[in-house]
Write a protein that binds this ligand. Structure first.
Ligand code: HEC
Length: 160
């Protein structure tokens, strides 16, 4: 009787562990940038390549400039300075007080990671302190990404 009881306890524990493993793998496919490397779809690459930089700048001025400026400087606003953000490790611009979440996310900013972050910021960096939800429409994100890539000493190559 006792053996039987222990055996079923063990079984229940196994099932519980397996389901929590399944849960974590699921999170990894669409979750935090600390565990997940996003890629760009072919459609999005095309949208970025054909976007209009002036439109992207206009969008940045409307949606981002209350917290981030567009200049090559080392001063911060409510958000960190975004000059040279492409190629930078997240959460490392000198002199800005990032959230632990952003500092510990560990990824580098690229077209793919910025696109993923700017789609739904809280999903990409849970606990982030940037008070901006995200941009649903691909075409708006694409033109913004193109503009952001020009805010750089050496702008990155466009995604192939
Ligand atoms: C209400 C203010 C606010 C708005 C609006 C805002 N941000 Fe931010 N942003 C922040 C803050 C604060 C952080 C730091 C987040 C953290 O530490 O968790 C941040 C962080 C970032 C980072 C990470 C930078 C780094 O050095 O790792 C990027 C990229 C970024 N923002 C882009 C944008 C873009 C693009 C827009 C416009 C679509 C935007 N933000 C709109 C406040 C804002």
């Amino acid at each position: 009787m006792k053996k039987w009881f222990l055996y079923s306890l063990f079984l229940v524990l196994c099932i519980y562990m397996m389901s929590s493993i399944a849960q974590t793998t699921e999170d990894k496919s669409q979750g935090s940038l600390a565990h997940f490397k996003p890629t760009l779809s072919a459609d999005l690459k095309e949208l970025i390549k054909t976007a209009d930089i002036a439109d992207g700048k206009e969008y940045f001025m409307r949606k981002c400039s209350s917290c981030h400026d567009e200049y090559q400087s080392e001063t911060h606003g409510k958000g960190p300075n975004l000059w040279n953000v492409f190629g930078r490790k997240a959460g490392t611009s000198e002199g800005f007080e990032y959230s632990d979440a952003m500092r510990q996310s560990g990824h580098n900013w690229s077209f793919a990671t910025l696109n993923y972050y700017l789609t739904r910021t809280e999903r990409a960096v849970p606990g982030r302190i940037m008070n901006f939800r995200g941009i649903r429409q691909d075409k708006y994100r694409a033109k913004l990404l193109l503009f952001l890539s020009t805010m750089n000493d050496t702008p990155p190559a466009l995604p192939e």
